[in-house]
Design a protein around this ligand. Structure first.
Ligand SMILES: Nc1ncnc2c1ncn2[C@@H]1O[C@H](COP(=O)(O)OP(=O)(O)OP(=O)(O)O)[C@@H](O)[C@H]1O
Length: 259
């Protein structure tokens, strides 16, 4: 049984349909990454799954599911004094030993007394991850967890996620722009553009015309890093017009079966 699933999930902001009939799920222990261009609805999908954004359709969660959520942005007043230890004790307190062990586990040992506002981007991401993990989640939901990190920082963070999964069996659903790392660190990739353009194992998705139409070899073309042969068939891809969802879903099915 999946931990969390969506069926026909649709979100509108005013008249703008941001998500159209999304079907997706995450199984126990799986690392699933959502990729898609800016504004394609990635954050909205996470928020709808979490019940933070009103949506039509169905979200089903395993009974008693514990979710560890790391949002894209931390809404903290930088002038407010907030040591790491106090931050990690929100919303529930933990023993000093639990906190010390968790900080060690995520690679930032001994920073309990540092101010959250003074942390580097990479340290803050790890503290946010520690806070989510302290809740002993069945699934981590991470929204662009490596935003603002350099390439080394990104790679290190994804290695850490993989280690955490190995050690605890936690499932991971994340949004990422770091396609190069995503492709190596995910069990499954969902390519989103208002609807699910394609999904499957990373190597299957990266060869899908829908994926190439979105990410191609352009500015975000991390694909070029590990695939140099040019394929001339990448023009007919994920349609930005949501009326063509039926075609995209058919294509999605083809890809899944091909994988
Ligand atoms: N609260 C809101 N009210 C109105 N429109 C919104 C709201 N939140 C998001 N949107 C719009 O919905 C669309 C999808 O936004 P979303 O943040 O989910 O995209 P995204 O794929 O996460 O983008 P990015 O990669 O830039 O983070 C965008 O056009 C955005 O402007």
């Amino acid at each position: 049984m999946s931990l969390i699933s969506a069926t026909g999930l649709t979100v509108k902001y005013g008249t703008q349909k941001v998500l159209n009939k999304i079907d997706m799920s995450v199984a126990p222990g799986e690392i699933v990454t959502i990729v898609g261009p800016n504004g394609s609805g990635k954050t909205t999908l996470l928020r709808a799954l979490l019940g933070l954004t009103p949506a039509k359709g169905k979200v089903q969660k395993k009974p008693g599911l514990v979710i560890g959520y790391v949002p894209q942005k931390l809404a903290l007043d930088p002038t407010l004094p907030l040591p790491v230890r106090s931050f990690l004790n929100l919303p529930r307190s933990h023993t000093p030993q639990q906190i010390a062990e968790m900080l060690d586990r995520v690679g930032v040992p001994g920073i309990e007394t540092r101010q959250v506002a003074d942390l580097s981007g990479g340290q803050l991401q790890r503290v946010l991850l520690a806070r989510a993990l302290l809740e002993r989640p069945d699934i981590l939901i991470l929204d662009e967890p490596t935003q603002g990190l350099d390439q080394m920082g990104e790679a290190g963070f994804y290695r850490l996620i993989e280690d955490v999964r190995q050690a605890s069996g936690v499932a991971v659903l994340m949004v990422s722009h770091d396609l190069h790392v995503v492709m190596s660190a995910s069990d499954r990739v969902i390519c989103l553009n208002g609807h699910v353009c394609c999904e499957g194992k990373p190597h299957v998705v990266q060869n899908a015309p829908e994926y190439r139409a979105l990410f191609g070899y352009g500015t975000q073309g991390a694909l070029a890093l590990y695939q140099h042969a040019h394929d001339h068939n990448h023009d007919h891809g994920c349609d930005h017009d949501h009326d063509h969802v039926h075609n995209a879903v058919t294509r999605k099915d083809d890809i899944e079966h091909a994988g």
